[in-house]
Design a protein around this ligand. Structure first.
Ligand code: WAQ
Ligand code: MG
Length: 248
């Protein structure tokens, strides 16, 4: 199998301050690499966040024996009608996952205070809400993951009437993240201006939250809430480098 991943930016490379436009992470067999890379290129050039002028596509062999399997998180949904209700639902779900009030509030305000989207995620302590990673505006990018049985996955999402690319990719990422050592919960909403649904995920499940931001807003992000005494380098290594297949 091969890890195929893409990241695109505008105004230069990410490393040189370019603005993050889009990214993608897949693990595919040899025969599918070419089509996958072409699709990612197409996607980077036609994103609603703007036109990319830097695109990096990486293809890297993954030894099958190093692939970990983790279960797909069960899906539920909060019923929210406004952004305020959405943030209240996110607070509730984060607290149910063991994040403190202070931690959850800090997570939401951290995402709200971003002036533009990052390429990766912010790590916060689930108890104090203090920032734990040292990656600044780059963030920790979760990489090397995919769904094991894509056909069945899509069938199930279509049956629940929630099938779209955002849901598909978010469920895979959230399932990998939730299985990470020391992970309490995740908060996310998209940086795509037309997509306002976000989620809170934890080992207990994935809670969809309609209206995490207003339509037209291009700032989104991810916050991972980490339990105290977690070995951060072990966790960051898992998130970035451990190849994971999510099983249904
Ligand atoms: N690793 C870490 N952070 C990431 C990654 C990654 N691989 N990919 C994206 N992010 C961060 C980054 O800061 C982005 O700006 C932000 O998350 C949002 O990414 O069930 O589409 O890909 O309907 O725009 C939620 C779906 C969709 C809810 C989320 O996020 C639902 C989405 P996006
Ligand atoms: Mg996006």
């Amino acid at each position: 199998m091969y890890s195929v991943r893409m990241r695109a930016a505008q105004g230069g490379r990410h490393e040189e301050g370019g603005r993050h436009i889009s990214g993608a992470e897949r693990i595919v067999p040899y025969e599918e690499i070419e089509a996958m890379a072409a699709g990612m290129l197409q996607r980077a050039f036609s994103h609603t966040r703007g036109s990319a002028d830097f695109i990096s596509i990486t293809v890297e062999k993954v030894e099958c024996c190093t692939l970990h399997k983790v279960p797909l998180l069960p899906i539920s949904a909060a019923e929210t009608l406004t952004v305020e209700e959405g943030h209240a639902a996110a607070m509730q779900a984060l607290m149910a996952a063991g994040v403190t009030v202070a931690g959850a509030a800090r997570g939401i305000s951290t995402l709200l205070s971003l002036t533009d989207s990052m390429r990766g995620a912010i790590l916060l302590c689930a108890v104090t809400g203090e920032r734990l990673d040292a990656t600044g505006m780059r963030g920790i990018r979760v990489s090397r993951m995919d769904i094991e049985n894509e056909e069945e996955f899509i069938k199930q999402l279509m049956a629940q009437k929630i099938h779209n690319t955002h849901v598909r990719e978010a469920l895979v990422l959230a399932s990998k993240v939730a299985a990470g050592p020391g992970m309490a919960a995740e908060l996310c909403w998209s940086d795509d201006p037309e997509y306002t649904t976000g989620y809170v995920a934890s080992p207990q499940g994935y809670v969809r939250i309609p209206h995490c931001k207003s339509l037209g807003n291009s700032v989104g992000g991810r916050v991972f809430f980490i339990k105290p005494q977690t070995d951060l380098s072990l966790l960051e290594n898992y998130l970035q480098y451990q190849p994971v297949l999510v099983t249904i």
